[in-house]
Design a protein around this ligand. Sequence first.
Ligand code: PMP
Ligand code: GLU
Length: 422
Amino acid sequence: MPTLSPELSNRVLNLKPSITVALNNRAKALKASGVDVLGFAAGEPDFDTPEPIKKAAIKAMLDGQTKYMPTLGDMTTRECIAHKLVTENSIAGLTGEHIAIGAGGKHVLYGAMQCLFDFPQPMEDPWEMILPTPAWVSYRPICELSGGVVKEINAGPETDFRITPKQLADAITPRSRVLILNSPSNPCGTMYSESDLRDLAKVIHEAIDIAPNLVVLTDEIYEKIVYGEHTHFSIGSIPEIADRVITLNGMSKAYAMTGWRIGYVAMPGEFGKKFIKSMGTLQGQMTTNITSFNYAAIREALTNPEVAQSVETMRQAFANRARLIMGRLSKIEGVTCPPPTGAFYVFPDVSALFGKTSKGGTKITDAPTLSQAMLDEANIAFVPGDDFGGLSGNHLRISFTCSDEQINEGMDRFTGFVTGLN
Ligand code: PMP
Ligand code: GLU
């Protein structure tokens, strides 16, 4: 009898699980088992999806919109998204043909990377993705799954986690294929100003001879959640580089629709059309269209003024929470961070706590041991910074997608934990 010995691919065996997803699941499981855990790990709004959006999906379902649809979405919805990007984000020349709708921002990012990188690629001269860090944990693995090689540019709290034009210029080579930008930022909660983005765009424009293949992928999924000195600005609106910019967005964060799994990418111009068509070919062999009755929900979210009011109410709540949590954090010794201006995260430097020992006897050597000890001893779930790349190992990510009461209680516990260190 031959022995059965199935094997998994090296690609999945070497794939790092998402720490944000893992920690959130761990906190939820602990809570379900009766432990009084306060979760600050989830990167999702605690609000429910606005009612008109739900009603639009229910109506579409009841009206019989329950069959396969065009792979990248029906043209009415793609045009609705194009209209939003042209009018709100000033990205010129977009039509429905420049839009691909997929199953979440993560999924369209995956698709985009598959369309831009080759797998396998020559080891001696690989195509690169330039990744300013700290960066959301999924950019690197998704790039690597697609055959790309990640080149990090590291930024720290002293520049509000923004890379400089000089750093970008130094990183661009003939092998540069994609530059990731993410403003407002996960995990930092900080933003690039319009003038920062114009400076970066100038570098990209001037590097066209060095890096003719370079495109920018700008992840603007937190665009509606801004509350500081800067307004959101789309780099795809700058004419000199517009045809080299893929704008990624989705419904998850702005409309509290994380569970619906809806994301999209847009790219103008002739190459944009080609790129979007290739997204369709790929998606046609993967998931086909997203859930059929969700298209009506997208249109409702993007056009109903009542929904816009709900988005504004959520924005104000995040703004108030940002102030509350910063006020509390600034009083905890050994914890420093720039104030957030967008998204719903703070990313404090906690390295001053490394080397100490907790009340429960855990030696705190780094962010993962700190995060674990805080979960075990104070029952608060914060994400250790390490997987956000670059200099992130000195940080914890705290997501303030919860009530003021929970923020206060969590900060009481954090303060108590830090006071108990010696
Ligand atoms: N980009 C960033 C920066 C994110 O934080 C997230 C949240 N997971 C996503 C994209 C993807 O979100 P989703 O897949 O829920 O649309
Ligand atoms: N983007 C969110 C986060 O960073 C959701 C989890 C994930 O997909 O990474 O927590």
